[in-house]
Write a protein that binds this ligand. Sequence first.
Ligand SMILES: [Zn+2]
Length: 62
Amino acid sequence: MVTVKTSTDEPKFKEVYCADCKMVLARYSIKYFTDTDINELVHVHYSAHIKEGHAIETRLAM
Ligand SMILES: [Zn+2]
């Protein structure tokens, strides 16, 4: 399950964070990646976490 959180700030990056592993898996520039792109990338590169049922969040980072 991927949760996208938004904010009124002007962020430069979105962080892909796994709450179960307690680590940031990746950062994507929002200039080049849409939410849809990021969701796809997460599913391709981090499907192991998803299959294990880990809680992956995409959150804004400066
Ligand atoms: Zn994980």
